[in-house]
Design a protein around this ligand. Structure first.
Ligand code: G3I
Length: 360
């Protein structure tokens, strides 16, 4: 029996035989990264405060990352305490850390439906929405022109389970400006920083189920429309919040990435992690299943194109969003990321190093 089926078999039984544990030690001795530098930059979402209050966290980021992105800091809720003010403290600190450590910083995110400050609920007309969105992008992307080379310009524009009739996610921007808010956001960002890589970022394109298939179709249509209208978009960001118990639709994902690339768009993996609340409790088995999902995901993408970057949404299980929504019933810590809560590398980190250093 192939080792992957044997490990995934543990998923079904929930029982971990001693032979699985022996097997796992074999699996985790996969080829280590070559000594060559990274051919695909690896990065992680960062919680800026922990760069100062947790030296081991900062050390881990320095050890493994060539890129950083703020998990927060550049969202409206962090940046815009009031309609007339901007608070750049967090992004400025992260950019300083990136500069000091020879890393590049991604900007997440200029336009989103979520993490919006209360005052934006008062945006009640087309002209107000247009002014606020354009002004925000001009000030924020303008401040970091030439210093943040890649932006998630629009985040998660399609509905979770997009209806055929109207696949766009509700937001103040969509309500007031229609789907053309996406065009305007990219046109504004391009005008402010013509050299920046402008990315549309979304999730859930990798499963075998009907929803993922629908989302692939809707996203492809959206991107084709943007390209047909000569909207200045450069890349699709695949977030990659993988569901631990869900098989990766490798053929479907590969075909999707091929079609996106065929539009002249690059691919980034922007928020990779494995939501493991429904995986078996045994850490070693969970870590191997998570690593296999990441391997399948990156294999499917890299079979079609070389992503411009691979970022995980956090770097250590010590700091992850996952338990906010996907707490484990057995009360154990989620283990979604490449380093454990003591910053020790797991099988997932070896997979990431295979795909980033030696190239896919
Ligand atoms: O900083 C406050 C703290 O002062 C307060 O005590 C605490 C309790 O209310 O909240 C803290 O803010 C939280 C913030 O994360 C910082 O930890 C917010 O409540 C919480 O909503 C926020 O969640 C973030 C979420 O986006 C919404 O912005 C997650 O950390 C972050 O991982 C998540 O990231 C998103 C991406 O931006 C887009 N793709 C999906 C991804 C996961 O949901």
């Amino acid at each position: 029996m192939q080792r992957r089926e044997f490990i995934l078999g543990a998923l079904g039984t929930g029982v971990v035989s001693s032979s699985v544990v022996e097997l796992i030690s074999a699996v985790s001795s996969s080829a280590l990264a070559s000594e060559a530098g990274p051919t695909i930059p690896y990065g992680a979402a960062i919680r800026v405060d922990h760069l100062t209050d947790d030296p081991d966290y900062a050390a881990a980021v320095r050890k493994y990352c060539q890129q950083v992105v703020g998990e927060g800091g550049l969202k409206w809720i962090d940046l815009r305490p009031t309609q007339s003010s901007f608070n750049f403290d967090q992004p400025d600190r992260l950019l300083a850390f990136a500069d000091e450590n020879g890393m590049t910083m991604r900007g997440h995110t200029l336009v989103w439906y979520a993490a919006m400050p209360e005052w934006t609920e008062g945006i009640g007309s087309r002209s107000e929405a247009e002014f606020e969105m354009v002004h925000h992008i001009e000030v924020v992307a303008g401040r970091y022109r030439g210093r943040i080379p890649s932006w998630d310009v629009v985040n998660e524009p399609i509905a979770d389970d997009p209806p055929q009739a109207d696949p766009y996610r509700d937001s103040v921007w969509y309500r007031q400006l229609g789907k053309e808010y996406i065009d305007l956001a990219f046109q504004t960002a391009a005008a402010v920083d013509p050299a920046a890589q402008l990315v549309l970022n979304d999730f859930n394109f990798e499963k075998t189920n009907a929803r993922s298939k629908k989302r692939r179709t809707v996203m492809l249509d959206l991107l084709k429309g943007l390209k047909d209208r000569d909207v200045p978009i450069h890349a699709l960001g695949l977030q990659g919040h993988l569901t631990g118990e869900a098989e990766i639709d490798k053929d479907g994902l590969s075909r999707f990435v091929e079609e996106v690339s065929g539009l002249g768009l690059d691919i980034l993996v922007t928020e990779l992690d494995v939501i493991d609340n429904n995986l078996p409790g045994t850490e070693t088995v969970r870590d191997q299943i998570a690593a296999l999902r990441v391997r399948d995901y990156l294999t499917a993408i890299c079979d079609a194109t070389q992503p411009k970057a691979i970022l995980t949404w956090g770097i250590s299980d010590r700091y992850t969003w996952v338990p906010i929504w996907f707490e484990r019933r057995d009360g154990k810590l989620n283990r979604p990321l490449p380093l454990d809560q003591n910053y020790q590398p797991k099988a997932m980190m070896q997979v990431l190093q295979e795909f980033t250093k030696a190239g896919a």
